[in-house]
Design a protein around this ligand. Structure first.
Ligand code: P6P
Length: 330
């Protein structure tokens, strides 16, 4: 059944996952364990981020810290931590990451899940202390259990995702995810080392008055998108663009709004990556009652041909995505 679980605010993530698993009649617990592994990696990265200013790991790759150790950038550390957590958790047979060109094999060839991840989105934001995020997407593998996974395992439509979510390392650290039964947000209490349900059954408003895009590229946008921007300004909508996808997405999810990254001269196919940015956020927004489009089609219907392919991205309140699509297609 598709009813959303009404669980009390304040329940721990662990208990929520357990209750949620009961709602899946044939669940064997592997996805539950995988979600716990992701939450663990998020806690570790959260600690690294909070220490970054102190132990000077936000600098360029290769810089030395006070102990004379070779430094690694936070996004490299995040990548290493997620891969290690997923490998050790044993539920994932392969990973693709924004930080790696090729498929990463975990050696768990009997595991049935694969994960696509952007371990820490937007390094320019890391160095300037802007809120940053991790985005993840979970699929069942297409290849036989026991065989070595291949790139083909990852070339599935977005609507085949089993789960997706993000961690936002901001004024507080929040984990937001869906397994297809609604969207829930968990806020991290670092003094207890626990995530607690703080945003149960998130639903985005059908319409909104916030638009997020980099207007510096306005002259590159199609006439249609420029006309939509004019409409937003005539209606005195608020322009909010943090330049950090997870932060912009999360604000719009809670307050209503649209995030747009259209094709530009510099990025003719859009800038954002389909498999580990657009697909996971599109799954979330649809589960929260919103929409995600590349301007012509539903993001989740796209069949990817390359692990790192990019896409134009319009995501948020359904009526706002419909409006900009109408400009583009008429
Ligand atoms: P621009 C950060 O580099 C990122 O991937 C997203 O987090 C962000 O929304 C976007 O790119 C910002 O891109 O071209 O506006 O700087």
């Amino acid at each position: 059944t598709n009813e959303q679980l009404a669980l009390p605010v304040g329940i721990t993530l662990d208990r929520f996952i357990m209750r949620n698993q009961e709602a899946f009649p044939f669940a064997s617990g592997e996805l539950s364990q995988l979600l716990r592994d992701i939450a663990l990696a998020g806690k570790i990265i959260n600690r690294e981020i909070n220490r970054a200013g102190l132990s000077d790991i936000t600098g360029q790759l290769g810089s030395q810290n006070v102990q004379g150790e070779t430094q690694q950038k936070l996004d490299v550390i995040a990548d290493i931590r997620f891969i290690r957590a997923l490998k050790n958790g044993g539920e994932v047979c392969a990973i693709i990451s924004e930080e790696a060109t090729e498929v990463i094999l975990t050696g768990n060839n009997h595991a049935k899940y694969i994960v696509a991840i952007d371990p820490l989105d937007g390094s320019s934001n890391i160095d300037t202390n802007v809120s940053i995020g991790t985005i993840f997407s979970v699929y069942r593998r297409r290849s036989e259990i026991g065989t070595e996974p291949t790139e083909e395992d990852f070339l599935q439509r977005g609507n085949k995702q089993v789960a997706s979510g993000y961690l936002l390392y901001g004024s507080s650290t929040i984990l937001v995810y869906t397994t297809g039964k609604g969207v829930n947000g968990f806020t991290y209490d670092y003094s207890l080392g626990e995530f607690f349900l703080s945003h149960p059954q998130i639903q985005i408003s059908q319409d909104g008055e916030i638009y997020s895009c980099n207007e510096g590229y306005k002259s590159d946008f199609s006439d249609a998108v420029q006309h939509y921007l004019e409409e937003c300004k005539q209606k005195r909508f608020s322009s909010r663009y943090i330049g950090s996808l997870v932060a912009d997405f999360h604000r719009n999810l809670l307050k209503g709004g649209i995030y747009m990254y259209p094709a530009t001269r510099k990025t003719p196919n859009g800038k954002l990556r389909l498999l580990y940015e657009c697909f996971p956020l599109a799954f979330i927004i649809e589960q929260a009652g919103g929409k995600a489009s590349d301007g012509k089609q539903r993001i989740l219907d796209i069949f990817p041909t390359d692990l790192h392919q990019r896409s134009a991205f319009y995501v948020g309140s359904g009526k706002m995505v419909d409006t900009v699509e109408n400009y583009i297609n008429n």
